[in-house]
Design a protein. Structure first.
Ligand code: ZN
Length: 415
């Protein structure tokens, strides 16, 4: 299928064609929605199909989800035609269009569509939460039904659950109950976690966790019962995250409130903790890459320490010799210096070495009966120009002691 191979196309041409194609896609989507709206209004799906939904799936070959979303967006844009234009010129996507639905009114639609333009789904969620704040939702921890029996039944950890009805707030409760109390009778075994802003500074988090995680939550609540008698899940989560962040920042960036004396190392890739701290503070926890127009990369995840002069060419692990780069830009820079094929081989060799290392590492038992690999020997990924600060495995939360007597006696929080 040569028309689906672009291996022969030069980089600038491929870039230009892809951009032009995206423009065509947006214009095509707006036109398709307008056609769906008109087709639906005239009920032209009859008599072959009983509904527009069936027509979209069987005749137009849309998936169930695509059919629902397009029909909903088409109806909405028919009521507010400014949406067709906003979709066609890329100010709104299909997703952000649908997010606006509950908030559009004839007298304010034009202004809202305009002021909410050019936002990602996450940005629009924050924008709408600020403009239309909602009350906090009740805290619920409950078991969920799964379609098939599993060795370890899942539990739902819901902190201000979205699925709970804000009109009929259930009392905050924590603990297993006999029957589900949220709207859906059957919940998929692994639903996607949801984090949604409710109002400024307030967020709803919904996530399904294993029984082991649920038991840890209960244990943490018990250990914190002297300071949090109600076992407020949001407060327990906040304290647990404090501990986790402290551990991760120490591991990745050498963060500490009591810096020790710098230690010398002969390893050329070793980056002293005080250098990590200084580079991190200077670069502001963010990738430092800038494009041709001087726009700085926004990425704050997968950050790595990048040697400005590669180690193989004499680069030093000093504050002025290092910078923060996201993994994608670090690899881009490495490929620019060493060549794409060379870096591909290096990455492949590193992956194989990690795989071999993992296969010979002994498994250890944990207190909950499961087994896991020890994490203390997990070396950070390294390529030829950087020392990674993105550990492949996040550390587990500090395991709580099985004896709680001393903690209760001192009346101090366990976390
Ligand atoms: Zn970047």
């Amino acid at each position: 299928m040569p028309e689906y191979s672009f291996a022969h196309v030069a980089d600038p041409e491929l870039k230009q064609d892809l951009r032009a194609g995206a423009v065509d896609d947006r214009a095509g989507l707006a036109k398709r929605l307008a056609q769906i709206a008109e087709f639906d209004c005239r009920r032209l799906y009859l008599p072959e199909y009983p509904s527009m939904y069936q027509f979209c799936m069987r005749e137009l070959k849309y998936s169930e989800d695509a059919a629902c979303r397009r029909i909903a967006a088409a109806k909405l844009a028919r009521r507010y035609p400014a949406l067709f234009v906003a979709i066609a010129d890329g100010r709104h996507s299909l997703s952000t269009t649908l997010m606006l639905e509950p908030y559009l009114l004839p007298e304010t639609a034009g202004e809202l569509i305009e002021s909410s333009s050019d936002k990602s789904k996450s940005e629009l969620a924050h924008f709408l939460a600020g403009r239309f704040p909602r009350p906090d939702l009740p805290t619920i921890v409950q078991p969920v039904f799964v379609p098939a029996p599993t060795p370890e039944p899942a539990s739902a950890l819901v902190v201000a659950s979205e699925s709970a009805s804000p009109e009929l707030p259930a009392p905050a409760r924590v603990g297993p109950i006999d029957r589900p109390i949220s709207t859906p009778a059957v919940v998929p075994p692994s639903p996607r976690p949801r984090v949604a802003p409710l109002s400024p500074e307030r967020y709803a988090i919904q996530v399904t966790v294993s029984k082991a995680t649920h038991d840890k939550l209960r244990q943490a609540q018990a250990l914190l019962s002297h300071v949090l008698p109600a076992g407020d899940v949001a407060e327990v989560l906040d304290r647990a995250l404090d501990v986790l962040i402290l551990q991760l920042e120490k591991r990745k960036f050498g963060a500490t409130t009591r810096p020790g004396r710098p230690r010398d190392s002969k390893a050329p890739r070793h980056i002293p903790a005080h250098v990590k701290r200084a580079v991190r503070a200077r670069d502001g926890d963010r990738c430092t890459f800038k494009d041709d127009q001087g726009r700085r990369c926004n990425e704050r995840k997968f950050l790595e320490f990048d040697h400005i002069d590669p180690v193989a060419r004499g680069g030093q692990a000093t504050i002025s010799g290092l910078r923060l780069r996201c993994r994608a830009h670090n690899q881009y820079e490495a490929e620019r210096v060493y060549g794409r094929e060379f870096m591909r081989q290096k990455r492949q060799a590193a992956a194989e070495a990690r795989s071999q290392s993992a296969s010979v590492r002994p498994r250890v038992s944990t207190t909950n009966g499961t087994s896991s690999r020890p994490t203390s020997g997990t070396a950070p990924t390294q390529n030829s120009t950087c020392s990674s600060v993105s550990s492949a495995a996040a550390p587990r939360l500090a395991r709580l002691p099985t004896r709680i007597g001393p903690i209760a006696a001192t009346r101090r929080p366990a976390l």
